[in-house]
Write a protein that binds this ligand. Structure first.
Ligand code: SF4
Length: 413
């Protein structure tokens, strides 16, 4: 356990527990005991891991570095698909929701981000009350059951000098306009920013936002939970340990969150192992305490087309490598196993055809209709910004699978 003090807004218990739950990237030697294992043995080992057991870091690294080609790749897909079938059944789910990116003003400069702007820069925007009202009413009209709110870190977004009060006002306004809509809002980075700017304990910010209607939290800003990758990818962003600490506090407040992984850039298999095993540890913590944990896992392939030049040149790929992302979809399904049953591909990043194919590689959910999306689209994603329920249902049926609408938390609307 690390003895360094928690950053001010975080509870000491969460900071300490985050130090225990955050898994470090395993060293190459950790996989040595599994070096003689066949890919079939690796697949069998993972499908046998059931709670309270967790995958071994060395075994996880061995799975992530195994040569998945030809017949082995086919067996990997089948194992992931079969685990999906056992945990979630055949039905594909989706949610009718509206995504609203309130503003792209942001004080940080993540190396992959084509969304952020300084306030006086070309393309900067900040939606005001009338725009927000119009969007919320359109969501209700379209039968949405969820509004998803995320945006940049905008120091000017205050009410009477308070970020939290501004966020409360946003949530309360949406609830007045669209009572009954589930408000899925504010990434761990945004929540920590509110607490930091207002010099308030995070627990207090969470209580106030919950009282204003916050129903769950997007598990974005996780990127890859490996400090060595974050140093290059997003050095200004909250650390991996802080992300875990915020999420532990979110769950402790009684709020579920999603979990995400942004992959296909600078990360190595050991970083992916650290990330996925950390998600398992956080989910195990929630389960042990009887708290809501992660409702789903979403793989977010890196889109480089409009990303800042340095990272774009290092990755030298504008669109995700679909084959690599499908392989990772299957591997994540096996590693997260019984701990996180719901897996969702990103149709914004992979296109609806890619997301449909991911339903054969371990995914059981097609995400939301979104109605609009700016963050990934400004990065150059080609998947579009909206899907109709009919399009998502047709995608599921094209595989001969039944399909149903769901709520944010996978209930029946
Ligand atoms: S990813 Fe988020 S925090 Fe980072 S620069 Fe973009 S908007 Fe800001």
């Amino acid at each position: 356990m690390s003895v360094c003090a928690a950053p001010a807004p975080l509870a000491t218990w969460a900071w300490q527990e985050a130090g225990e739950r955050l898994v470090a990237p395993p060293a190459v030697e950790a996989a040595t005991p599994y070096s003689g294992w066949s890919t079939a043995q690796l697949l069998e080992a993972f499908t046998a891991v059931v709670p309270p057991h967790r995958p071994d870091p060395g075994l996880t690294l061995a799975l992530l570095t195994a040569p998945w080609q030809g017949e082995a790749l086919m067996h990997l897909r089948e194992a992931a698909d079969s685990l999906r079938q056992r945990l979630c059944g055949e039905t594909v789910t989706y949610v009718v929701n509206r995504n609203i990116n309130v503003s792209n003003h942001c004080v940080q400069h993540c190396s992959f981000c084509a969304f952020r702007r300084d306030p006086d820069e070309d393309g900067a925007y900040w939606l005001q009350a009338e725009d927000l009202e119009h969007r919320a009413l359109a969501a209700v009209h379209a039968g949405a059951c969820e509004l998803c709110l995320q945006g940049g870190l905008n120091p000017a977004a205050t009410l009477e000098g308070s970020q939290t009060a501004y966020a409360e006002q946003l949530l309360q306004g949406f609830l007045r306009l669209a009572p009954g809509l589930h408000l899925h809002a504010f990434s761990p980075q945004e929540l920590l920013f509110f607490a930091d700017q207002d010099q308030l304990p995070l627990a207090q910010v969470l209580r106030r936002l919950q009282a204003s209607g916050l129903g769950s939290v997007p598990g974005t800003a996780a990127e890859v939970l490996s400090e060595r990758v974050r140093q290059r990818l997003c050095p200004e962003k909250l650390s991996a340990r802080s992300w875990v600490a915020v999420v532990l506090q979110v769950h402790a407040a009684g709020l579920p969150s999603t979990s995400t992984l942004m992959a296909g850039h600078l990360e190595q298999p050991a970083d992916l192992a650290a990330h996925l095993l950390t998600l398992v540890e956080v989910q195990a913590a929630a389960a042990a305490k009887g708290l809501p944990g992660f409702s789903e896992f979403v793989l977010l392939p890196f889109v480089g087309q409009a990303a800042p030049t340095v990272l774009r040149q290092r990755v030298s790929r504008d669109q995700p490598d679909r084959s690599a992302m499908l392989e990772l979809t299957a591997l994540a399904r096996l590693i997260l196993g019984h701990w996180i049953p719901n897996h969702q591909p990103s149709w914004v990043k992979l296109g609806l055809d890619g997301a449909t194919e991911a339903l054969r590689w371990g995914c059981n959910d097609l995400g939301g209709t979104l109605m609009e999306e700016h963050i990934t689209t400004m990065a150059g994603a080609r998947g579009g910004t909206a899907q109709t329920p009919e399009a998502l249902e047709a995608a599921a049926r094209s595989l001969g699978r039944p399909v149903r609408r769901r709520t944010t938390l996978y209930g029946h609307p």
